[in-house]
Design a protein around this ligand. Structure first.
Ligand SMILES: [Fe+2]
Length: 182
């Protein structure tokens, strides 16, 4: 089975009953498809698959640490998923900043952090997809998160610290897309 088809089935099976997460990851997959021309051809399906499963760690049966990038990556690794897919999920959208504040940095180190156009594009896809599955802008998305989570909370503090790095990944993706139009 192609990796994208597997990821779509996996997301549907695990996120259908988790609020609007399935709509969010499907939107991220569409955004990933939009960003795909910024990537080497061989990475384009990997990106869309990663977008589909990036929030799989929110599925109740997968919750272990309560930190969704890590819980999702662990489950994917247990399934024998492609290692780059596993590691992209573990480190998506500034996960290291929140892992540090949750005391989970050592556990996150079990996953290699890839620094690449593909990793940037996954962050871009997530950060331009709203929580209910609507395409949005980076600024709106970050402001929505900072409104949803209280100041002083782990998520609020982590996103505030990560913000320049999140913005940089989005900008790099936009620059790559501008350089390599469809
Ligand atoms: Fe997400």
């Amino acid at each position: 089975m192609r990796i994208v088809e597997w990821a779509e089935r996996t997301a549907e099976a695990l996120l259908s009953n988790v609020g609007t997460r399935l709509a969010h990851v499907r939107c991220a997959a569409r955004r990933a498809g939009h960003a795909a021309p910024a990537l080497p051809v061989q990475d384009r399906e990997l990106l869309v698959a990663a977008a589909l499963v990036h929030d799989i760690g929110y599925a109740p049966p997968l919750v272990n640490t309560g930190f969704h990038p890590l819980d999702g990556a662990r489950w994917l690794r247990d399934q024998g998923a492609d290692d780059r897919l596993v590691c992209l999920v573990a480190h998506h959208t500034g996960a290291a900043f929140e892992a540090e504040r949750r005391g989970l940095s050592d556990q996150l180190k079990a996953y290699t952090r890839e620094e690449s156009a593909t990793a940037d594009a996954l962050w871009y896809a997530d950060l331009t997809s709203g929580p209910a599955g609507e395409a949005t802008t980076f600024e709106e998305r970050v402001n929505e998160i900072l409104t949803r989570y209280e100041p002083g909370s782990v998520v609020h503090e982590s996103v505030t610290a990560a913000r320049p790095f999140l913005a940089a990944a989005v900008e790099r993706t936009k620059e790559r897309l501008a350089a390599y139009p469809r």
